[in-house]
Design a protein around this ligand. Structure first.
Ligand SMILES: [Zn+2]
Length: 54
């Protein structure tokens, strides 16, 4: 019984952890030049055309 509870707890923590990770990294990145949020995985900033290093 305790084993099951611990297992569920670990699972919930993993899901929350993944969710928090995506919450932090999914909205995009900040452009280093104009400090606007730009979509993830794009080669250059759409606002100021600066190349973005990942
Ligand atoms: Zn920019």
């Amino acid at each position: 019984m305790i084993f099951t509870v611990v297992l569920v707890l670990i699972f919930v923590l993993a899901v929350v952890g993944i969710f928090a990770y995506q919450k932090i990294y999914n909205p995009g990145r900040l452009c280093k030049t104009c400090y606007r949020v730009v979509p993830d995985k794009i080669p250059s900033c759409p606002y100021c055309d600066t190349e973005i290093e990942w």
